[in-house]
Ligand binder design. Structure first.
Ligand SMILES: [Zn+2]
Length: 156
């Protein structure tokens, strides 16, 4: 299900909409292999017609999982767009010659969610990856070969 609004439903005034969009429909998971977006984005918005535009206001929330770029651990990540505002012109060049009966907010939602996502997701802000992983070699009695291996990893 996408976030498509039938304009005829707005003739009597603003409309409150609550629902969800599958993140797979928004193709979020295809943007970055570190993102595991198999859930849904929940929205609660009010849509209205204003000066030839479709205007949406409300909140969008979603839960996904990311792989930490540092330690590769998978961790939950929550995105909350509140307030979320979107508007789309109802008369665009492509639609000028036909009677537009619906407007699709899905591309705008996709863009806004994408902008809210971490580009380099980390399980916590100060995660420095392999150095602080639980299985790190103890500093005492360090094995030079192990440290050399770690150094090589860090260069990657
Ligand atoms: Zn991490």
């Amino acid at each position: 299900m996408s976030l498509k609004i039938e304009l005829s439903e707005l003739e009597d005034g603003p409309l409150e909409l609550t629902g969800s969009v599958a993140l797979s429909e928004l193709q979020i998971g295809e943007l970055d292999p570190l993102l595991h977006a198999d859930r849904r984005a929940e929205y609660h918005i009010e849509v209205s017609l204003l000066d030839g535009k479709l205007v949406a206001r409300g909140a969008v929330e979603l839960q996904m999982e990311c792989d930490c770029v540092s330690c590769l651990k998978r961790f939950p990540f929550r995105v909350r767009l509140d307030p979320w505002e979107a508007e789309t012109d109802l008369v665009s060049e492509e639609s000028a010659d036909k009677d537009q009966s619906s407007a699709d907010l899905t591309p705008i939602l996709r863009e806004d969610i994408f902008l809210a996502l971490p580009q380099h997701p980390r399980c916590r802000p100060d995660c420095d990856g392999l150095k602080s992983a639980p299985e790190k070699p103890t500093q005492t009695g360090s094995d030079p070969a192990a440290w050399a291996a770690l150094d090589r990893l860090k260069l990657d």
